[in-house]
Write a protein that binds this ligand. Structure first.
Ligand code: AHG
Ligand code: MN
Ligand code: MN
Length: 283
């Protein structure tokens, strides 16, 4: 696992360099979710594939930017599912973007996730790593090396509300929930990049990030294997909760296709419990 983490650190430095120096325009292709790929999406995917392809413990790669599963080493133990550049359409307005990695042992489903990581490319490069049974670890890069800063623990209740999805297409009970938090004094924090938005909630003690099912996207937008499950793991390890719209743990998701999505909610305990009440899925 250390080899995988060390490789993530190396690719983070390279992707950051690409973001800062390369063309921010569109390529002439689409990804599996029907989104136009930016040249930076394609380049970041290439950097990650090149870095992992010779590592014998890596059985396969699953990327937001690739249609199927890329088989690497038959005897490898781990499949790495990743979003090479999350929030990439924010790069041209100079907002923070990220990379997300889920490391799975065996069949690709939530309960087989053994570690996850994300990188934030902002004013600084930051990295969060999580393994089972331990608090997530927060690092910051300096001169190309990642220095450990602290463990991450969510408070029981926070102050931030990050509500995703097109509001016009929200269900009434979702709107009631979001409005209820604002009526309690919560502050809106939503950049449109799940990595910096979820990172902010983790580091500022708590709150909730939601990306619900909507009338136009009943299963939400965010993809299970490389966006939802890796962050679900990190929020649980930090002492929070990560659930879907039925109140089920996102760590119990079993995707049937690499690019399946799910409604998702990540937060500290108070806000997720309030969400369960609003959705009528208390357990
Ligand atoms: P990606 O750039 O990898 O396609 O993902 C963007 C995602 C996520 O980062 C963000 O939270 C969400 O899309 C924003 O969607 P909305 O613009 O619909 O809120
Ligand atoms: Mn993404
Ligand atoms: Mn992406």
């Amino acid at each position: 696992m250390q080899t995988i983490f060390d490789t993530i650190k190396k690719v983070a430095i390279k992707i950051d360099h690409a973001i800062k120096t390369e063309d921010l325009g569109y390529s002439d292709s689409e990804n599996s979710s029907g989104e136009d790929q930016l040249k930076l999406d394609v380049k970041s995917d290439y950097i990650i594939e090149e870095a992992f392809k010779d590592i014998s413990i890596v059985k396969a790669l699953v990327s937001e930017e690739k249609e199927g599963i890329l088989a690497l080493h038959e005897d490898g133990n781990y499949t790495i599912c990743y979003d090479p550049l999350d929030g990439s359409s924010l790069a041209d307005v100079n907002l923070s973007v990220g990379s997300i990695f889920g490391i799975y042992a065996g069949e690709l489903k939530g309960e087989n996730l053994v570690a996850s990581a994300y990188v934030v490319y902002g004013p600084r490069i930051e990295l969060v790593l999580a393994v089972k049974g331990e608090k997530p670890q927060h690092y910051r890069a300096q001169d190309g090396l990642f220095n450990f800063i602290s463990e991450i623990t969510l408070d029981e209740k926070g102050k931030l509300n990050a509500p995703g999805g097109t509001q016009q297409n929200w269900a009434d009970h979702h709107k009631t929930f979001v409005d209820g938090l604002f009526a309690e004094g919560y502050r809106l924090r939503y950049s449109g990049g799940m990595v910096p938005d979820l990172h902010q909630i983790l580091l500022k003690g708590g709150g909730i990030f939601s990306y619900p099912g909507t009338t136009d996207k009943p299963n939400g937008k965010l993809r299970q294997l490389f966006e939802v499950i890796p962050f679900a793991f990190i929020y649980e390890q930090a002492g929070g909760q990560s659930i879907n719209d039925k109140g089920l743990r996102l760590m119990d998701l079993v995707p049937t296709h690499p690019h399946d999505t799910s409604p998702c909610f990540f937060g500290s305990n108070y806000e997720v419990n309030a969400l369960k009440a609003a959705y009528g899925v208390e357990n």
